[in-house]
Design a protein around this ligand. Structure first.
Ligand SMILES: [Zn+2]
Length: 214
């Protein structure tokens, strides 16, 4: 196998299991390509991926907004009622002088998850419109940098742990935001686990570059 230049590498796919370099070939809609050596799935082609991802991203964004608008928990301790919301949690971190923790939290549980969903919406809208050759590339690169730093799922798990501990101190009522956050986290996990960036990259290549040939 001889590779002339860097652009020629675009036509090859590396297997994540055995690291064999496979040549990328066009496959039929709904089918998948496997590694020539170990049989591990290299890529899939699903023309409905854009519509599904766009719908999921919009739904996720709506639940994210709901999760930030409504109360997460209501705690009654010794007759005093207190509502907890996600923005209030972050603000109270700053109020108590935990600036670094507050700053990290703003990015990990608010800015990055929000950015991922906004980028996805923009990216899939552009792909649907068959536009933005350069912008879609930049967005995909940005997405690959941000995705590992989105930690809404970890925040939700720590919330569950805190909930178990708080039950001993008073009465706790779960708010709308808690359920909205749960749905958001499930959509977030589904998108990150089932829609691989490499598949979107290939879909982009197929949509934007085949368009010119037609
Ligand atoms: Zn392999």
């Amino acid at each position: 196998m001889k590779i002339e230049n860097e652009d020629a590498l675009d036509n090859f796919v590396i297997c994540h299991k055995c690291f064999t370099l496979n040549e990328e070939i066009p496959i039929a809609d709904g089918s998948k390509a496997c590694c020539s050596k170990c049989g591990h799935i290299l890529y899939r082609y699903d023309s409905k991926l854009i519509d599904h991802s766009l719908a999921l991203s919009f739904t996720g964004l709506i639940f994210f907004i709901l999760a930030n608008l409504f109360p997460l928990l209501q705690i009654d301790i010794l007759g005093t009622e207190q509502f907890i919301t996600i923005p209030k949690t972050i603000v109270s971190l700053f109020d108590n002088g935990f600036y670094i923790v507050g700053f990290v939290c703003v990015f990990l549980i608010f800015i990055f998850p929000l950015m991922i969903f906004l980028i996805n919406i923009l990216l899939f809208t552009l792909l649907k419109m068959e536009r933005g050759e350069k912008l879609t590339k930049e967005l995909l690169i940005l997405l690959s940098h941000i995705t590992p730093w989105s930690m809404a799922d970890i925040f939700f798990i720590s919330l569950l742990v805190a909930l178990v501990k708080l039950i001993a101190f008073g009465q706790i009522h779960i708010g709308i935001s808690f359920w909205a956050l749960m749905v958001f986290v499930m959509i977030d996990i589904y998108i990150t686990k089932s829609i691989h960036l490499s598949e979107i990259w290939m879909l982009r290549k197929r949509i934007l570059f085949n368009k010119d040939k037609n």
